[in-house]
Design a protein around this ligand. Sequence first.
Ligand code: SF4
Length: 346
Amino acid sequence: MNEKKPAVDMEESEGSNEGSNEVSAPLPSERSRFHYSPEDVSIDELTRRQGYAKAGAHSAVKTCAWLKHSMNGTGVCYKSSFYGVTSHRCLQMTPTLMCNQKCVFCWRPTEVEASLPDQWDDPETIVRESIKAHRKLITGFGGSPNAVPKHEEEAVHASIAAVSLSGEPTFYPRLPELIREFEKAGMTVFVVTNGTNPDMLRKIRPTQLYMSLDAATPEMYHDICRPKNKNLWKNVTESLTVLKEKKAEGVRTAIRMTAVKGLNMTDASGFAELIKIAEPDFIEVKSYMHVGFSRLRLTRANMAEQEEIRAFAGEIAAFAGYQYAGESEPSRVVVLSKTGQLTNVG
Ligand code: SF4
């Protein structure tokens, strides 16, 4: 696949890492980019400024920079190279912006809480409103002299729902039905979770289930993911077992690590021991990207170079019994699998 390199800041949607455990203070120049303090602005307004569109009462969609690249025929996202996803047919959404972690690398405004809705929308409403909002967003790309006409036509009919925008989707109590509703609309479904809700993971059967694993120890988890409840590490480790059960049920599984240089690119054997519990189909080791509100907490120096990602992924692979299966330099990610092979979604 031909991947061209977009500006790094455009990769915000990947939705979404030795030494000191101290989080680098934001540079004054980084703070000034915002011209406001997140705490003074509502979550709806903050996310609107980040290009989100609301879909119903509490869900949101956002187009990814790669969707536009794919429409223009200038590049595709790494999930296209790894798993055969058609980037311009990807609908990226979240059923809630609520989260029980405040990861230092998160590009959402973790400084502001998203509240529990008075009432949850039903799955049908969420799917209908997500498709509507997504189509409205991509209309803005239409008419571009660079757009590939066939891709423009195809983009209107999303073929994959990536439930992976900021927020923890397992907070939505009807997530299993939501997945089925997207499937009824003709889409494959990717779900990304932080692993803090193993009970909900037991109930869902998406096409591919991603679980974030950004720490090798409880202490690292506390420093990097900043959970609201100190017992959540136990849930994360329990979810690794659930991931293995999901794989046995036929769900494609992936563990994704956001590698933050200077914070969690250490203890490869510790990561490997945890990964061995889940035995996922794929392991993605991806650099932290200096985008969105993470710029208030980290610096550009926390982004790892591709060769550093490759080296750390290689250490994890050796300890966990996996092999290098591919990489994408623009996205600073390396993917591993047991056999060194990758398979496309059905
Ligand atoms: S778990 Fe929550 S805080 Fe962490 S990256 Fe995901 S949305 Fe952001």
